[in-house]
Structure formats: C-alpha cells, structure tokens
Design a protein around this ligand. Structure first.
Ligand SMILES: Cc1cc2nc3c(=O)[nH]c(=O)nc-3n(C[C@H](O)[C@H](O)[C@H](O)COP(=O)(O)OP(=O)(O)OC[C@H]3O[C@@H](n4cnc5c(N)ncnc54)[C@H](O)[C@@H]3O)c2cc1C
Length: 398
C-alpha cells in the first residue's frame, strides 16, 4: 500500500459522495463502492440546511448548488384551513440554505469524483477486519483492501451488521406522499419565490418548496399509516387516496394535489440511537449510523457533517492512529446526532397535532424554532478541530 491512507466508502448516496470529496480535499485516497449500476435518486426535493451549506461552501460548491437549486427565502406556516401561524421567532441564519432536486444534487456530487473512484455495481457482501486493514468482498466477486472502511450504505446498512449492531428500524406510523409539479400549474405559487410553505393539521402536515431553480414545486404530504412491514420503501401512490387524506384543507393544498401527475409513497423510519458506531477500522456515517425521521430536514445534513468531521480527524493521520481517531469521531457525533434523532420525532408530533389553544401552539412553535439555532448554527469542522485539540491535551497530560 502507498503512504496515503486508503479509504473505502460503501454507498454512493449523498453522505458517501460528500464524505469522499471532503476526505480527498484533506489528502486521503478514497474510493466509493456503490451497489447500483448507475447513479440513482428518487424524484423529490431535499433541503440543504445552513449547517450543511456552510461546509459545502468551504469546498467551493456553492456556485454549483446555486445553479441547480433554489435559495431558501423563509417560511410560510399555516393551519390546515389557511390561518397564518406566527413564526417571527424563527432565527435568521447567516448562511444561505438551498432546496434542490435530489437527483440533480446527487449528479453534482457524482461529477466531483475523479475518474475510477466511484465504482458502480459493487454491492458489499463481506467485510473482515484485521489488525492493520479491512478486507472487503463484493457480490460481483471483486475484493479490496483498505486502511479504513466507512459504511455510508443507508438505513439498511450491511456494514452496520458487520460491526455487530443489530438495531431494528422503527416506523413512525407515518408515511410521506411525495411529488414534483411544474410551478406554472399552481396559481397559489406565482409569487412564492424561494419560500417554504407548510400547513399543519390534525394527524397530518403538508409541505411544499420549489426546486430545480424554481421550475418545480416539491410536495411532501405526511399521513398516518399502519403499513409497518417494510423499511424505507418507495412505491407508487394513488393521487385520489392522497386527495381524500386532505379533504377540506386550505385551497392551495387541494390545488397542489389536483395538479400532480404521479405521486409515490415513502415509509418514514428511524432507529433508536446506537450504542457505538465503530470498530478499529470500520465506521458508519449518515443513515447507516443515525437514520432520523425527516421533520427537521436534517438527515442528509447530518450525513454531510459526519463526512467533514471524519475528514478533519483523519487528515495527516497514520494507519496506527485510525482506531483512536474513530473513537473521537464517535464521541463527537453520537451525542449530537442522537439528540437530533429524538428532536426530529418530537417536532413531527408537534407538526401533526391540532392546537385549539393558539397561544400555547405559538409558544411551542417558538421553542422549536429556537432549537434550530443549535442545529443549524453548528460548525462540524470547528467542533472536530476542537475535539482533536482536547484529545491531544488529554494524551499529553496522560
Ligand atoms: C420524506 C423525506 C424527506 C427528507 N428530506 C430531507 C431534507 O429536506 N433534508 C435532509 O438533510 N434530509 C432529508 N431527508 C433524509 C435524507 O434523505 C437521508 O438522511 C439521506 O439521504 C441519507 O443519505 P445517506 O448517504 O446516508 O444514505 P442513502 O441516501 O440511503 O445512500 C445509501 C447508498 O448506499 C448504497 N448501498 C446500500 N447498501 C449497499 C451495499 N451493501 N454495498 C454498496 N452500496 C450500498 C445505496 O444504493 C445508496 O446509494 C429526508 C428523508 C425522507 C424520507
């Protein structure tokens, strides 16, 4: 092996591809192994929140994201019948955040990978750790040795099982109907600009935001379900069934559903926070480590924070130090992501509760809004640099 650390990332989703780029920017040699034969993403939007946008800005991606995305220009929150909800407590962030089409964002990230470093058609089927390397075997027969393996292989992570974690996914009892609609079809959206719109009602909430440079409106409609059997599935949805779920809601909600050509359903799952993520030379990031329900829009953002944290912690490190650095990573990230996992479940419940007591609702809303400062104002690279300093001082003191 060369002197440069060889890192294998399993999974070429948002988490795996950003981590690969961040690690390379800090001098590591990285290959991503993705099971799909071609880059695949679902037709849906995703928000890049300020805590992720800050990190992507540092590696020079803002202009490319601007070219495909829609800058977020605030929120409009309403009850199911259209009464405005006061969100003046929402703190402003100094960093511009964006809404993007998932497939366009994934393509942007895939295009950043140097030739030969994104190996498609590689489904990991075995991982064996020795004292100085990890041996990986793929379903296509390929074998690879690396100094470190990072599982960015999503909620059904294979690497998670290989490191001995067998936690079960848990359904929120909610599923999301998702769809994209040309903005020109929606009379209510003419002057919406980059604003996010959400309607809150009993047992359901309805979210819309523009993506693809404002050409398409992304719709996410959360409804109760008792379909609990399958994890992270997507299936074609029935527009009429969706319309029935939102009967009597504010006109723009009904207009949006009526304008859909197709919709699909997405099961909403998370896992209880894991007790650990790493062995000596294997670790996890993103949904493989901490899947969360999507109500804070933080799943991908936390995956991005993980990748940048690993990049800071592994820069310039030697092979022998990897296990120690992974302990720092785990200490740093496990607590933060576990808290966000829990908060995401709570805020989902809040969004789907109907409050007769308006001042109480607004008090709770203000409370949640202020929690976003802690989440969105975080600088994962700075936190990693501080953790390294602390680990260094502890070692010096003995
Ligand atoms: C309705 C909904 C809305 C959401 N909205 C937002 C949002 O606005 N903002 C936000 O930040 N997050 C959002 N999220 C969460 C976000 O989508 C996920 O947290 C994020 O995609 C996780 O990225 P990942 O790279 O960790 O995993 P994934 O995107 O699941 O990628 C895993 C990759 O690993 C590959 N893989 C799996 N097994 C193997 C194997 N054995 N070998 C090789 N490759 C393998 C898969 O093919 C896949 O490409 C939302 C989620 C949902 C359900």
């Amino acid at each position: 092996m060369s002197d440069q650390l060889q890192v294998a990332i399993i999974g070429g989703g948002i988490g795996g591809l950003t981590a690969a780029h961040a690690l390379r920017m800090r001098g590591l040699n990285v290959t991503v192994f993705e099971q799909a034969n071609e880059p695949r993403e679902i037709g849906a939007g995703i928000s890049i929140q300020p805590n992720a946008a800050l990190l992507l800005e540092r590696i020079g991606l803002t202009d490319r994201i601007k070219a495909i995305g829609t800058p977020i220009a605030g929120w409009l929150m309403r009850t199911s019948v259209g009464e405005p909800i006061d969100i003046s407590a929402l703190p402003a962030s100094g960093v511009q955040s964006f809404n993007v089409h998932r497939a366009e964002f994934l393509k942007l990230l895939a295009d950043l990978q140097p030739q030969g470093t994104l190996q498609l058609g590689h489904r990991l089927s075995q991982a064996r750790e020795t004292s100085d390397c990890v041996q990986l075997t793929f379903a296509n027969g390929a074998t690879v040795e690396a100094d470190l393996a990072i599982g960015a292989d999503g909620i059904r992570s294979f690497l998670q099982q290989q490191i001995g974690l067998k936690t079960n996914p848990s359904s929120e009892g909610i599923m999301a109907y998702r769809g994209l609609i040309p903005v020109g079809r929606l009379s209510w959206a003419k002057d919406i600009g980059g604003r996010m719109s959400m309607w809150l009602g009993k047992g359901r909430n309805f979210l819309c935001y523009p993506v693809s440079s404002g050409r398409l409106m992304n719709m996410v409609a959360f409804v109760p379900t008792n379909l609990d059997a399958e994890e992270s599935w997507t299936a074609r949805g029935d527009v009429n069934a969706l319309a029935a779920e939102y009967a009597g809601w504010h006109d723009p909600v009904q207009e949006t559903i009526a304008a859909l050509d197709t919709t699909f359903r997405w099961g909403i799952y998370d896992r209880a926070p894991s007790p650990y993520w790493s062995t000596g030379r294997m670790t996890l990031l993103g949904d493989a480590a901490h899947p969360m329900v999507p109500h804070l829009g933080q799943g991908a953002a936390q995956a991005i924070e993980d990748g940048f944290t690993l990049a800071v912690l592994l820069e310039g490190t030697g092979r022998r130090d990897i296990p120690e650095r992974l302990k720092v990573y785990e200490r740093l990230r496990l607590e933060r992501t576990s808290q966000i996992q829990t908060m995401a479940r709570y805020i989902g419940r809040f969004f789907r509760a109907e409050y007769g007591d308006v001042p109480e609702r607004d008090r709770l809303m203000a409370k949640w809004m202020s929690a976003t400062v802690w989440i969105c104002g975080h600088d994962a690279e700075k936190a990693a640099q501080q953790a390294l300093l602390l680990a260094g001082s502890e070692a010096a003191i003995g």
